[in-house]
Design a protein around this ligand. Structure first.
Ligand code: SF4
Length: 315
């Protein structure tokens, strides 16, 4: 982490906090903008409101009550005009800070660490129009990401399947907009290449890999293992078993690493896979190239359903 305190002409002191995964510009206790490593606005805090920007260039505002407490927090999506205004303000702020460092000449610029100057230059390459252009790329890359577990909001989403193989739970309409489709290995590789190109340096902000959509683990074993091999070939997954200083050293050497592969799993698919299938997945995880698989956490989606709605298991 690199921190720079920068006095501005108006008497304010801006604090710039640069990390491998993000750059934050803090103007005062009420105004802060965070950008990912590529330069996209990721979040902001302005006058008591927290803002989170999605890759589809939508911004969610979260504001405290009254009354106090998480349950009375107000949430709303900004209108397109408000999105544009907030993004403009964030990028104007970053441009002003960068220009101020550069205007002060070599002596002052020399005090600004190179990492901060490089990060601000990447931020300066962005604006509202570019984020809008990227929204279109993002929407070509993915079918809408309908739901993720809260601890996976910063996962790198890979759509190994599209939709839900069952898609008939009466309470759920998550994937009614698409036909279920399992990507072939060639399709999945092309998808991963495009995802990697889209994220670029911003991969450092992603913490794990999430295999979408609803139940990617229903893919038959013979097709699933090659897909997982391909994930491990394309991305760096943190090896299991490292702790303490060894883990810190490994992470430093691999700034674009991801911690494990995650997926939903529905109640039907778990019953279709045999114990040997799960053992084979675990065993395959012990050796290259799919070491990340050992860390997979399987989440049950359809188990939310009343058991009476689940199809009877075939004898
Ligand atoms: S299995 Fe999950 S995603 Fe599919 S319809 Fe049921 S609740 Fe929805």
């Amino acid at each position: 982490m690199t921190i720079l305190r920068l006095p501005l002409p108006g008497g304010q002191t801006t604090i710039i906090n640069q990390r491998p995964e993000s750059t934050t510009i803090m103007l005062d206790a009420q105004t802060m903008f965070t950008f990912d490593a590529a330069g996209r606005l990721h979040g902001a805090f302005v006058q008591g409101s927290t803002f989170r920007r999605s890759l589809a260039n939508a911004i969610l505002e979260k504001r405290p009550g009254p009354p106090a407490g998480l349950s009375s927090r107000q949430r709303r999506f900004l209108t397109p005009a408000e999105v544009q205004a907030l993004e403009q303000r964030a990028y104007d702020t970053a441009a002003e800070v960068l220009a101020h460092i550069q205007d002060q000449g070599d002596a002052s610029a020399g005090q600004a660490p190179a990492a901060i100057l490089a990060a601000l230059a990447r931020v300066a390459s962005y604006n509202y129009d570019k984020l809008e252009d990227e929204r279109e790329v993002y929407e070509r890359l993915y079918k809408p990401v309908t739901i993720l577990p809260p601890d996976q909001y910063l996962a790198l989403y890979l759509q190994a399947t599209e939709g839900c193989a069952y898609d008939a739970c009466s309470f759920c309409g998550f994937y009614r907009d698409r036909r279920f489709h399992v990507k072939t290995l060639a399709e999945f590789r092309a998808h991963m290449d495009a995802v990697r190109a889209f994220f670029g340096e911003a991969l450092t902000l992603r913490r794990s890999i999430f295999l979408g959509d609803a139940n990617a683990l229903m893919i038959p074993q013979a097709a699933l293992l090659p897909l997982l091999d391909a994930v491990n070939t394309e991305f760096v997954i943190a090896p299991p078993g490292l702790t303490g200083s060894a883990l810190r050293a490994w992470k430093e050497a691999h700034p674009q690493h991801l911690q494990g592969i995650y997926s939903f799993v529905d109640a039907f698919s778990t019953r279709r896979k045999t114990v040997e299938d799960w053992r084979a997945l675990a065993a395959a995880a012990c050796g290259a190239p799919i070491s990340g698989w050992r860390q997979a956490i399987l989440r049950c989606c359809a188990s939310w359903a009343s058991p009476t709605r689940l199809p009877k298991r075939k004898p």
